[in-house]
Design a protein around this ligand. Structure first.
Ligand code: SF4
Ligand code: SF4
Length: 82
């Protein structure tokens, strides 16, 4: 099971990664970073971003280490930890 590490203070909140993760594992934070922006954060609870509907227990998904979030981030804020 992989996970990602997001440099939250460097994140500019474009949320491309949120839209590109095929598992819906990245979401917009409610907190602000040092730049005063909502940042992207990793959530093991998949599909939270799909229409804002919380997942049921059987819907939980894991990071597959596909690197799509890493590749799409314009500011190189994401690393995958496999
Ligand atoms: S793609 Fe990068 S800069 Fe944009 S929200 Fe995700 S981590 Fe932040
Ligand atoms: S590596 Fe793939 S599955 Fe894991 S958080 Fe990034 S886009 Fe989602």
């Amino acid at each position: 099971m992989a996970k990602i590490i997001i440099n939250q203070d460097r994140c500019k909140g474009c949320f491309l990664c949120v839209n590109f993760c095929p598992k819906g594992l990245i979401k917009k934070s409610v907190k602000l970073n040092k730049q005063g922006l909502n940042f992207a954060e990793f959530s093991r609870r998949g599909n939270l971003n799909k229409g804002g509907i919380p997942p049921k227990a059987g819907d939980l998904t894991d990071c597959i280490g596909c690197m799509q979030c890493v590749v799409i981030c314009p500011d190189c804020c994401i690393e995958v930890d496999k």
